[in-house]
Write a protein that binds this ligand. Sequence first.
Ligand code: 5AD
Ligand code: SF4
Length: 461
Amino acid sequence: MAKKLFVRTWGCQMNVYDSQRMADVLAPLGYETVDAPDAADMVILNTCHIREKASEKLFSELGRLRPLQTEKAQAGGRMILAVAGCVAQAEGAEIRARAPFVDMVFGPQTYHQLPEMVARAARAAGEPIVNTDFPVENKFDLLPETTAAGGPSAFLSVQEGCDKFCTFCVVPYTRGAEYSRPAAQVLSEARRLVAGGAVEITLLGQNVNAWHGDAPAGGTWGLGRLIRALAEVPGLARIRYTTSHPRDMDDDLIAAHAEVPQLMPFVHLPVQSGSDRILAAMNRKHRADDYRRIVDRLRAARADLALSGDFIVGFPGETDADFEATLRLVRDVQHASAYSFKYSARPGTPASGLGDQVPEAVMAARLETLQALLIEQQTAFNAAMVGRTVPVLFDRRGRRAGQLLGKSPWMQSVHADAPARLSGTIADVRIEAAGPNSLTGRIVTGAFASGADAAALGVPA
Ligand code: 5AD
Ligand code: SF4
């Protein structure tokens, strides 16, 4: 009988990808993924450590799971409870101490060893397994092939870890050193994803544009070259990549935006701050004007390219003038969307030891000001779509019956009335209304197999 596996994921898209791969590793052992933890044979909590309250969320979730684990034991079964991801990597010992009923603690680089960990857990109930090494073997060489049933929009991890050591960031410590998967491995995974129904692939990496993998015929490729090779995979209509670092935005990648139609005109390019003083203290290794220049070059390559970014307010020592510089940068660049955060001192990072921490109330006020500006720009960007016709990849059901929800090339959510069979396809949609977070429109193309569908939607023949 199949065993039930429940995986809960926090954090970035790479964690979403990792969770999927954990399910791939466990499938041959008879585990099937379920969507609730009740009566599960194994529960994996895949955690994120990037900002505050990560471990609090974990411990409260563990508190909720404990009774389910006990219930299962009383019924004569066993629920293996595992904590994975970056909190596991950073706080393995604390998890063991505070939650001794956890059976396994493992970091992002060891989940290919799950079968062995499960076997050990089965033999030694009550003896927690902690596996937070950075093993010499690479997990990507040892993971089974992906199950490739991931829907129209798929993630593909190509690069992992980070050697940049921004002074606020835990990633270099939790994910380890930078690693690029070989091009051939990436291309074959992409082909499998497309064979399984993917129309869009987002290449993932903490520093994805630092990717420099072994080329299939020897030598090394950069990300731009990899994207050109992916563009030849039949059926792959859209290519994206995230998250990038400004320092690694090289000429070839910028040129790919001009030359590869499948490469979507939307780049997530974190900048964190618009102040050179703060950028230096963050060890970002570039100035605000370098970022402006890169944005100009990207837009010169592709005029309709839109940008998103990440921002941190209240980095230690940030003054009103530094913050004003960030607002200026945002106005100059006109980000179409963005994530912005209050600085959070992360244990073990260089910035956590800095004096001159910015008071909470100041951080809160700056965040509010920045977010108001970003939302204003995002709303204006969305409003400018009204009246335009844009290709939308429908990848899920909409709010109402008879509606589908999809993504524009610029990552905007688009609602439209559409028959369910258009799910997983790209159709042209004329945008009729826009809000700060989504667009609504009407399908206008010959994406219809039959005139009946078009008639049902009120589309003129
Ligand atoms: N405090 C606040 N935000 C952070 N980020 C990373 N580390 C911290 C931190 N210590 C943000 C950055 C990064 C995004 C993934 O999370 O903006 O780009
Ligand atoms: Fe963290 Fe900086 Fe590396 Fe991004 S580039 S993962 S912010 S250290």
